[in-house]
Design a protein around this ligand. Structure first.
Ligand code: KG4
Ligand code: ZN
Length: 333
């Protein structure tokens, strides 16, 4: 089954064609980073406008790269939420109209379930059940995944998402946007042990996160060292990154142990972080837990992960009705 996956929940217009939920025939991502960069964050109204401009060419390119015409698409999967409502509506309305015009089934899927499915697009996908750590710009949560469409939320952030903390710290230090990749690169030149930022574990038995305290700690450190800030930046970046990754790693492994799972998936934009990939694999390895991480291209938002999860809903007989709408916040459906 060839599924066209469409994703427009935030600042990437993405489309992909995926065969049988696992093999990527094409994946096209058009980023709006340049538009939002000067504001240090995503401006919802601008995001919607850019999606409107990009959606037709991006879907066209995905079909071209897959070497397929519209009539060879069997179904459409599209992100229904969570995300920016105006942005979601562009992809959702487009998918709905296209499916209606072609007379093919379509399904609206949860963006977070999409991220979790990015590991099924790789050669060695995890067997069920497994624990997934999802860390992105909008969410940071841990799930127990028992089959393709059944997930239990074990814990989530009570304030900022991990990627959001990276973006806010980068903005605070005037490093640019988005902050994740920039801090990741700068950390390689810094000493992660020189500045000890707080690790917030909350209740040790809880799988919830909190990243607002560390953000304030970085702000305070930067204010006190205002005069020599340039020379401190790599150490601040490395110290901040290490603190966030230690908490993410600890809680993810603890969750896997609690569920008796020897497989752990790391997904979402923050899964691109080099230190997190290295640390989670090493620490989980010591406990006999195998870590599944998608390639860097599949960590950020993309249409392939949406097609991958959509496939399993369609196979289970779940599709969408013409009257269905997007949602900004609802957790897993
Ligand atoms: O999944 P994603 O593309 O969009 C959302 O669904 O939010 O994640 C974007 C987030 C941003 O906050 C970005 O700074 C972060 O992922 N990110 C990283 C890295 N690359 C992207 N965070 C840490 N290290 C990275 N290398
Ligand atoms: Zn995402």
């Amino acid at each position: 089954m060839n599924i066209l996956g469409i994703e427009t929940s935030c600042d990437e217009t993405a489309a992909a064609v995926v065969k049988d939920g696992t093999s990527i025939l094409s994946s096209v991502v058009s980023s709006q980073v340049e538009v939002h960069q000067r504001y240090g964050g995503v401006v919802p109204e601008l995001a919607s406008r850019k999606h409107i401009e990009a959606i037709v060419p991006v879907v066209g390119e995905a079909l071209n790269k897959a070497g397929l015409s519209l009539t060879e698409i069997d179904a459409i999967a599209v992100t229904r939420g969570p995300g920016l409502v105006g942005a979601l509506l562009v992809g959702y309305s487009f998918a709905k109209s296209l499916a209606y015009a072609l007379g093919i089934p379509w399904v609206g899927v949860n963006h977070l379930e999409g991220h979790i499915h990015s590991v099924f697009l790789e050669d060695d996908p995890p067997a069920f059940p497994f624990v997934a750590l999802l860390a992105s710009g909008g969410h940071t949560s841990i799930y127990h995944v028992t089959d393709h469409i059944t997930l239990e939320l074990m814990g989530q952030t009570r304030d900022d998402a991990a990627g959001e903390a990276f973006d806010k710290v980068a903005k605070m230090l005037d490093l640019g946007y988005p902050g994740g990749g920039i801090i990741d690169r700068l950390s390689k030149q810094g000493d992660p042990t020189r500045i000890k930022f707080p690790r917030s574990y909350l209740d040790k038995a809880s799988f919830d996160f909190s990243f607002s305290g560390i953000k304030t700690a970085v702000n305070r450190y930067a204010a006190t060292h205002r005069n020599q800030i340039k020379e401190h930046i790599p150490d601040i970046a490395a110290g901040f990154q290490e603190a966030v990754m230690e908490v993410l790693t600890h809680k993810a492994i603890h969750a896997a142990v609690e569920k008796g799972c020897d497989r752990l998936a790391l997904v979402g934009g923050v899964a691109a972080n080099s230190r997190l990939r290295e640390k989670l694999k090493a620490d989980a390895g010591h406990k006999g837990i195998q870590v599944h991480v998608p390639s860097i291209d599949l960590c950020g938002d993309n249409g392939a992960m949406i097609a991958a999860v959509g496939y399993h809903y369609l196979v289970a007989g779940v599709d969408a009705a013409l009257g269905d709408d997007v949602y900004s916040k609802i957790e897993m459906t």
